[in-house]
Design a protein around this ligand. Structure first.
Ligand SMILES: Cc1ncc(COP(=O)(O)O)c(C=O)c1O
Length: 465
């Protein structure tokens, strides 16, 4: 029996959605009342709903559609590969050709020397793979007690069991019986929010590194295998690392022989104005995970790159056991890999990473205008990723209560204005496709301003400020 409420016509697209679909990252009860925004097609940085209304997709979907919505070359690449070999796997000494070419290309682009590439289908699967490879490696080289992985509060690494455990957000743990054992979370490096009175940004970074070292010493360095971090934290609120942060964190990791995993699922492929976030922030990882912009998200594909040191341990162990007992039916799917390869070619031909730096500067400058707005506590970002955090009190930085109510209201006003952004609580994220133009950024800023001012009127009317 359908539980569609009467306000949504049962046989409409929205009604059928409410009747049949359980949505990811959605309040299911609220959805029964509200129904979905049905997106039917897209062009460039715009998407269109089933009523014909257009929206600038200022989140590139889920931080991911770097080439926007109408890249014919990706469609052609998929079509060609579909005709040639629509599916084959990479198990048991077999392979189609595209994942070989894609691996070669990824290794040539890697920010530090990497040796091998392992393919999966999503960021979550890539990070679950990383956890398993780290455990396998440490068993292989005879240190079975060195297994714990340190992530960060507000870090986001996905939703599969190990990845969700590494994610440092309560909604991903509550009532899922997570995190699993051996996953720890250290301090969140958000200087504006967590810096102490009079503490410089550099000193705050030192404190973050001290917190990490304290955790390592408390747990015992011989039990800590790896540290995972996004160069810029995305879903946790677009948190750009404070000055000196990665340098100080890496010094601690080196001291205790702990691997660094760079989760480049959002930052990878131009987002911060360089090919990888690791380059922007001087990170020298042992493992890198990528997804999303790897294929401009036209097809699902993710990858894990590992150094030769890790590869040698893993290879020896697979020889000892007889097999590397890990892999997905779709690891290195030929159509996904062909589309990813074409995506990487397009980035290079159009210098889209350089463009992200220059157009990104325009976005950051445009958003900086809102620093003086009565609702805005902080404007932060780098390259083509940014956030505006709303506060109830600018002087004390106090958040609205409950957090997210005002952000959600603003999000809805933005939709009315033809702008798709994303509120993570009261932090409003911007992460447009890399192909966005200066003019389209100006449109984002104009639409956002109108939505923000309407929100201010409402907040005042409700006496929340
Ligand atoms: C940094 C980061 N890692 C991992 C993931 C998980 O990727 P997926 O949703 O493809 O599983 C995400 C998704 O947003 C992400 O932002």
């Amino acid at each position: 029996m359908s539980n569609t409420p009467s306000t949504i016509a049962p046989n409409s697209t929205a009604g059928r959605d409410v009747a049949y679909c359980l949505h990811p990252y959605t309040n299911a009860r609220a959805h029964e009342e509200k129904g979905p925004l049905v997106i039917t097609h897209g062009q460039g940085v715009n998407v269109f709903d089933d009523q014909g209304k257009s929206y600038i997709e200022a989140m590139a979907g889920l931080w991911s559609t770097s080439l926007g919505f109408g890249e014919e070359r990706l469609i052609e690449a998929a079509n060609k590969q579909m005709k040639e070999l629509p599916y084959y796997h990479s198990f048991t000494h077999k392979t189609p050709i595209p994942p070989i070419e894609l691996s070669e290309k990824l290794l040539s682009m890697a920010p530090v020397p990497m040796s091998k590439v392992f393919f999966a289908n999503s960021g979550s699967e890539a990070n679950d793979t990383v956890v398993k490879l780290v455990w396998y490696y440490n068993n292989a080289i005879g240190r079975p007690e060195k297994k714990k992985i340190i992530s960060r509060i507000k870090g986001y690494h996905g939703v599969t069991v190990a990845s969700a455990s590494m994610t440092g957000l309560p909604a991903n743990h509550t009532d899922f019986d997570l995190p699993i054992a051996n996953i720890l979370h250290t301090s969140c490096p958000h200087y504006w929010r967590f810096g102490q009175d009079g503490e410089s940004e550099e000193n705050f970074s030192t404190r973050m590194a001290d917190d990490l070292e304290k955790m390592i010493l408390e747990e015992g360095p011989e039990t800590i295998a790896a540290f995972i971090g996004e160069p810029v934290m995305g879903a946790g609120g677009v948190i750009v690392p404070p000055n000196g942060y990665w340098e100080k964190i890496q010094a601690v990791l080196k001291k205790y022989d702990i691997l660094l995993i760079a989760d480049e699922v959002i930052c990878g492929f131009g987002r911060t104005g360089n090919a990888f976030g690791c380059e922007t922030f001087g990170m020298k990882p042992d493992i890198i995970s990528v997804a999303k912009a790897l294929s401009s998200s036209y097809l699902p594909i993710s990858a894990v790159m590992i150094t030769d040191k890790l590869y040698q341990g893993i290879a020896d162990n697979s020889a000892k056991i007889g097999v590397l007992g890990h892999g997905y039916t779709y690891s290195g799917h030929p159509v996904c890999a062909a589309v990813a390869l074409e995506t990487l070619k397009i980035y290079e031909e159009r210098d889209l990473f350089g463009q992200a730096a220059s157009v990104g500067a325009h976005l950051q400058k445009g958003l900086a205008q809102f620093k003086d707005h009565p609702l805005v506590g902080e404007v932060r970002g780098v390259g083509l990723i940014a956030a505006v955090e709303l506060v109830q009190n600018k002087a004390t930085k106090a958040s609205f209560d409950p957090v997210g109510k005002v952000g959600t209201y603003l999000n809805e006003r933005a939709i009315e204005e033809g702008l798709i952004i994303r509120n993570m609580g009261d932090s409003i994220a911007f992460c447009p496709p890399l192909i966005i133009t200066m003019h389209e950024i100006d449109q984002i800023i104009d639409r956002f301003r109108r939505a923000l001012d309407k929100t201010l009127d409402w907040v005042k009317a409700e006496q929340m400020i």
